[in-house]
Design a protein around this ligand. Structure first.
Ligand code: NAD
Length: 292
């Protein structure tokens, strides 16, 4: 099937999953003037997402003065919030951001393949799941690509784009053009568990949790301050883990661990304990730190 779309200035972007990432991705594209269809199976996630986008459209320009001041109602007015995957049928490009569970993503792709028009590209936003494997669940492996967007999406200038085994050059080009239309640059890497960023990041975060777990450091704040003040990092690894979501960190480590069968990615027991206790970081109000 020829790749015909991607020529219009404004496209319809399907965003699947309205959690931490889907909320940011929907915000990013709606703020850039695209029409967005945001789909989540949970009505509550969609409600929360609408509130967060309204708040963040007003708030982010205070954090980054280069961002335009937009009318929150106008931005959310470009987003259709829906629990029906069938509403993705008009999408030119889908960015999928559902929970980091391989089986869940594997079940979703045949459904997306059935619903979305043939020209639609599937961008997989995942921390570690294989793009090639998900592409194999569709009849359009050349139009499936990794779009690893960082958190919070409207504030991060760079996207890690992942080329699966069958991803076509045209799909790579189209994906980069779409992100450029939202003011985002991208770097293309090849498919491997955790890609470039999370192969390093998840290991670092997990090791920092081990240092707290083993009592090498007395507190999360001590670990983070060493990274901020000694190495000039903007955030320490434990605050970063809270921002990502400790549940997502654990799931990502499990995917990389399973994929590489390398014990260095085994999740720290303290991480598992925090997740079991429902302390998932910023999104639940408590993780290594407490949040309002
Ligand atoms: P999250 O847990 O905050 O949100 C996931 C959302 O997906 C939930 O609202 C859930 O209801 C929804 N969902 C689950 N199954 C669905 C389905 N079949 N259809 C529609 N919605 C469904 O997770 P998140 O942190 O937003 O992560 C989403 C993806 O992005 C993961 O693959 C993660 O690895 C990746 N990612 C996360 C970060 C981060 O910092 N959190 C950064 C980059 C990439």
């Amino acid at each position: 099937m020829a790749e015909t779309a991607g020529t219009r200035d404004k496209e319809t972007i399907g965003v699947v999953g309205a959690g931490t990432m889907g909320t940011g991705v929907a915000h990013l594209f709606a703020a850039a003037g695209h029409e967005v269809v945001l789909v989540d199976t949970a009505e509550a996630a969609l409600e929360k997402s609408r509130g967060l986008i309204e708040r963040n459209v007003a708030f982010y320009p205070l954090v980054d003065a280069s961002l335009p001041r937009l009318d929150p109602a106008e931005v959310t007015g470009r987003i259709v919030f829906s629990t029906d995957h069938g509403d993705l049928k008009t999408s030119d490009f889908v960015v999928e951001n559902v929970t980091e569970k391989r089986e869940l993503k594997e079940e979703l792709y045949p459904l997306l393949d059935e619903i979305c028009p043939p020209h639609c590209v599937f961008g997989v936003n995942t921390s570690a799941v294989s793009i090639t494997r998900l592409a194999g669940r569709t009849g359009r492996a050349d139009r499936v690509i990794g779009t690893h967007v960082m958190n919070p999406a409207p504030l991060k200038p760079l996207v890690e784009v992942i080329r699966g085994t069958h991803t076509s050059a045209a799909t790579v080009e189209r994906t980069q053009a779409l992100f450029r239309s939202a003011g985002r640059d991208s770097i293309v890497v090849n498919d491997a568990p955790g890609f470039v960023t999370n192969r390093v990041m998840m290991l670092t975060v997990n090791e920092a949790i081990f240092l707290l777990h083993e009592g090498v450091a007395d507190s999360a704040a001590d670990v983070d301050r060493l990274f901020k003040d000694c190495f000039g990092h903007r955030m320490g690894p434990l605050a970063t883990a809270d921002l990502i979501g400790l549940d997502t960190v654990l799931l990502s480590l499990e995917v990389i661990h399973d994929s590489l069968r390398d014990s260095k990615y085994r999740p720290c027991p303290l991480l598992t304990r925090l997740v079991d206790a429902g302390l998932h970081g910023v999104k639940t109000g408590r993780g290594f730190y407490a949040y309002d």
